[in-house]
Design a protein around this ligand. Sequence first.
Ligand code: ACO
Length: 431
Amino acid sequence: MQNKTCKLSGPGGAVSELPLREGTLGPATLDIAALYKDQGIFTFDPGFVSTASCESKITYIDGERGVLLYRGYPIEQLAEKSSFLEVACLLLYGELPTKPQLDGFTDSIRRHSMVNEAVLRFFSGFHYDAHPMAMMTAVVGSLSAFYHDSTDIHNARHREIFAHRIIAKLPTLAAAVYRHSTGQPFMYPRNDLGYCANFLHMLFAVPAEPYHVNPVAAKALDLLFLLHADHEQNASTSTVRLAGSSGTNPYAAIAAGIACLWGPAHGGANEAVLNMLREIGDVKNIAKAIAKAKDKDSGFRLMGFGHRVYKNYDPRAKIIRATCHEVLEKLGRGDDPQLELAMRLEEIALKDEYFIEKKLYPNVDFYSGIIYRALGIPLHMMTVMFAVARTVGWVAHWQEMIADPHMKIGRPRQLYTGATQRDFVVIETRK
Ligand code: ACO
């Protein structure tokens, strides 16, 4: 689908016919790949506000209407009827799995959940108070030192083994990060449990006594993971693609994504939301917080509000908000004052002219932290939870990119505004 073009007359007078490419959904995209060759000019778009960095078939977002589709399926339907591992299968392979396919996938994930004992020894090098995301970045990167015999990125079966391995091992490593920070022994995975139940077991069980996973907690975690599994070309996914485009070891590319996710403008926001709610403390302080968020000089933003793509309610936030009360109630945390505070804050902000005019709505992180806390996940582990879920999306995008025979290394250009050419001055004569 590519017969429309856009004419552009360059600074030298030559006219280029730039192909306007139509996707199956979303705005048309001007293909400028030949622009530099034809016109000798670059395009300038810091922050990629108007730039499609790649072609993809995985996830679609309509930010104006608040729509999110995984492989065409609305997130609301998946949240209601599917599960995290089924969605992982969908994102990786493109279609909803049949029962035998899902059973095979689930079994493979189960069987790859242990990590080499040498990886667990890396933890002894970390101080107990190291930030969990720092440890995650390091230990996931260290997986690149293993599995040499099955990490040929040009071999489709090897790519698949990598995908299963990393999705299976992330909860084990994330739990080890937590256990290291609390000084408790690592718990080995239990293959008789489901993905999320096993993760809760590794996080919270102790060898001294039996631990029963609360099925409500496992189901709530499964929903949060499903909602966080992918989000097209966000900063961390783009980081994984860019790192992977050099042909680097895929575990190292995922570690780069984890590093990117850590930032408060991205995956660190759920932690920041809870900190913000704690600081606001009471409904009577909301007006002051909103005034501060509107004051550019304050450096303060309403965390969990606003999104580069959504100029409407983030559909994931809508789902989490709707289930928040129910989950908290079932977990015996129905009277959580932070949930009441968050809901009141949202209500007031959504009526405020500043937030209306800038189309700032709650994003996925506004309510997710409240559920994570009710599950017993401490504040500093929240971005780690996001990393475990998003690994599925990172891997799906990495796979899509590497399998593309036209893949090129990502190598942006720049608008140079530094010094023009000048001659070196010896130190004795410098002023
Ligand atoms: N509180 C107050 N003002 C805000 C907020 C906010 N949370 N978000 C955006 N604005 C304002 C900006 O000051 C800016 O105002 P201006 O046009 O007068 O300068 C305008 O809205 C647009 O904001 P930008 O920062 O230009 O938008 P951008 O798309 O670059 O940023 C981002 C999006 C980073 C998510 C931003 O909204 C933000 O910082 N939100 C808070 C952090 C957060 O919740 N991050 C999680 C994102 S979702 C995720 O990664 C899972």
